[in-house]
Design a protein around this ligand. Sequence first.
Ligand code: ATP
Ligand code: FE
Length: 356
Amino acid sequence: LTFLGIESSCDDTAAAVIRHVPGQVPQILASVVEGQTALHAAFGGVVPEIAARAHAERLDHCVEQALVESGVGLADLDGIAVTSGPGLIGGVLSGVMLAKGLALATGLPIVGVNHLAGHALTPRLTDQLAFPYLMLLVSGGHCQFLIVHGPAQFQRLGGTIDDAPGEAFDKTAKLLGLPQPGGPAVQAEAALGDAKRFAFPRPLLDRPGCDMSFSGLKTALLRARDALIAEKGGLTVQDRRDLCACFQLAVAEVLAEKTRRALAVYADLSPSEPALAVAGGVAANTAIRDRLEQLCALSDTRFLAPPLRLCTDNAAMIAWAGIERYLAGGFDDTDLVARPRWPLDPTAAPLIGSGK
Ligand code: ATP
Ligand code: FE
């Protein structure tokens, strides 16, 4: 099967072509991603109107480039997978309309893909992982634990009730005058800091379950920063490093403890090939990653982190999730609708805040 994938739900316009031969590792024939960071930089966040316009302008070109790079013509495709939610509705609509146009012109089936399912199924694109596996999605916009039972069966064990960790890293960097994206900058400072100097909270660890909260950490950091500034008129290089180290340790400890609990729930299913996969930009953090790897080693669980370019937003994961859904008998028609909200696990409690 050869699928075109289209992604335009946030601030990356992307198109990809994937070929799947049963029994073989799927091939990524092309994966084009056009980011919009520069367009939104002046506004301190993604502006939905600007994003929608940029997607509408760039999608054609992205798809064309993916087809050219892969050497695959429209006639060689077996289907078109497109992100049909959740996300910024203007962008999602642009992708869905393009997919419909292509489907009408070619007669190919459309497969609407949940963006989060794309992230959650990525480990099967790179590692042919067996179901069920445990997934931790941890990025700038998301933070949740999922047991992936099948291409369309996701069990949500918990997630953030407010900020995502990546967002917290970015805000921390902003508060300390470090460059964006904040994650890599905070990690570099933290490596030289004293993680014992400030006692930052470990939110929600005193409560059972896998829900998390990260917004309080940012407030604690702000207070510690302001106390230092009030005391001596500014922050030294070492103050900044220590603040970063304490913040990162708090995030890492919360994620590790909640992962330990999620692994315990998952182990009760007696999976045949136990595995924890991580995805999202924050999974690049070595302090966090080391802890998760240690936990996995303790419970004989395979630890997997797909390459970062496939963990952050891309269309290869959408094409792949589309193939998985199609092979399971799922596809749509030109009546496919764009859904701004679309929980992966409809039985899980609705989320509060930006954790989607
Ligand atoms: P989403 O796609 O889930 O809506 P996003 O596009 O913001 O959100 P990603 O591109 O997956 O998410 O990840 C970006 C986030 O990852 C940023 O918040 C960034 O600060 C964070 N990040 C990147 N590298 C690191 C690191 N080494 N440590 C911590 N955080 C990091
Ligand atoms: Fe994403």
